[in-house]
Design a protein around this ligand. Structure first.
Ligand SMILES: O=C(O)/C=C/C(=O)CC(=O)CC(=O)O
Ligand SMILES: [Ca+2]
Ligand SMILES: [Mg+2]
Length: 363
């Protein structure tokens, strides 16, 4: 059985077999349990996880328990026979900027004459709204984007990756109310690896003062498997101290992060090992911040961690930082992000990987 996909994991995805209907499934080893066939529940005869996710945390908990009792000895679809689809119909997509090392590195590269960190950086988790409609499943080819740069119009010459995690919102919230710092488990269904493809030359020309726009809206890849938050129960760690103490709604002093180890694999070779456990802003803080103004959450909202970079040079989550603005992706390059975490059974679970190959622009 493939490692990291045992009873302590059981991630959810959407699959089809031989051109048939899309169905919700659970991965167990090298197989997929067809949840509609196994349970008869209508929320699983769906082309996305959204209907199931909308049912809320108590149903997620009961279902996980039920599935754990069903998979052993069940008639599973072989992974090789399954086509894996985008698991979530993405509602809104937001990307944060929560790594101190990443923000410091990018500040030095993009704004060498200014302080590395923007004034608000240590006060709130900075983010931007991205393009939900271009979130794609692992394996989707990434067409090199065209755009306007300081050198004029053409195919981007500085195509990059960003190694991130995506948090998938299941249960919605009401417009005009805020989700408290303690609300992560009630609203977030699970976690997926995420690659925020970025055209640095387009981004650098367009982003002042409103932030990333076309430089990041052409594609964002996620893995086909969403790891339920419950599978990460053993992965919680205390984050490094925050200074100055953040506002009360951000839960100062109670910041827990996830000990998820990420690997960036370029053309088969591991080029970086970003650690999620040392990020500055926590997932709960990002969720509280997203809704503090009364903005509502919808089922299918996706918020990304921001590029995961650690303090060491071989822990950087973008090529911009790894190669310090000197070299970027070539056509034909393939990037795979892998991630793993301590499981509740004493071993490790492997999050679904996210892969993408760069193809040349259409003329
Ligand atoms: O500092 C900037 O101007 C830009 C930063 C990014 O491109 C990073 C971004 O998308 C947010 C993140 O992934 O941390
Ligand atoms: Ca990003
Ligand atoms: Mg993107």
């Amino acid at each position: 059985m493939s490692d990291g996909f045992g009873l302590d994991h059981l991630p959810y995805g959407v699959f089809s077999v031989a051109g048939g209907e899309r169905r919700v499934g659970v991965r167990y080893g090298d197989g997929v349990l067809d949840l509609h066939a196994a349970t008869g529940r209508p929320e699983f005869a769906q082309p996305s996880l959204n209907a199931f996710m909308a049912l809320g945390a108590e149903v997620w908990r009961q279902t996980r328990e039920e599935v754990a009792g069903l998979v052993d000895g069940a008639d599973l679809v072989a992974l090789d026979d399954a086509v894996l689809h985008l698991p979530v119909e993405v509602a809104d997509y937001v990307d944060f900027y929560a790594s101190l090392d990443h923000a410091t590195n990018v500040g030095q590269i993009f704004r060498p004459d200014a302080p590395s960190l923007p004034a608000a950086w240590r006060h709130l988790p900075i983010g931007y709204h991205g393009r939900a409609g271009t979130v794609v499943v692992s394996g989707t080819p990434i067409t090199r984007p065209h755009g306007l740069t300081r050198d004029g119009y053409g195919p981007s010459q500085r195509l990059d990756i960003e190694a991130e995690l995506g948090f998938v919102v299941g249960a919605p919230s009401e417009l005009g109310s805020s989700v408290p710092f303690t609300g992560l488990g009630d609203h977030v269904f699970g976690v997926t690896a995420l690659n925020d493809w970025s055209a640095r030359d387009v981004q650098a020309f367009e982003y002042v003062p409103l932030g990333p726009f076309l430089g990041k809206s052409f594609a964002t890849s996620i893995s086909p498997w969403v790891t339920p938050l419950a599978a990460l129960d053993a992965a919680w760690v205390d984050l490094p101290a925050q200074e100055p103490e953040p506002a009360a709604y951000l839960g100062p002093g109670a910041t827990h992060g996830l000990d998820i180890a990420v690997e960036v694999v370029l053309n088969g070779e591991v080029v970086s090992r970003p650690p999620y456990r040392t990020q500055y802003w926590s997932p709960a803080q990002m969720l509280a911040h997203l809704t503090v103004n009364g903005a509502s959450l919808r089922t299918g909202d996706l918020f990304a961690s921001g590029t995961i970079s650690g303090a060491e040079p071989d822990q950087r989550g973008s090529l911009l930082e790894l190669w310090w603005n000197e070299r970027f992706l070539e056509d034909g390059d393939e990037v795979v992000l892998r991630a793993s975490a301590p499981g509740t059974g004493g071993g490790r679970i492997t999050l679904g990987e996210v892969a993408g190959r760069v193809v040349g622009s259409r003329p």
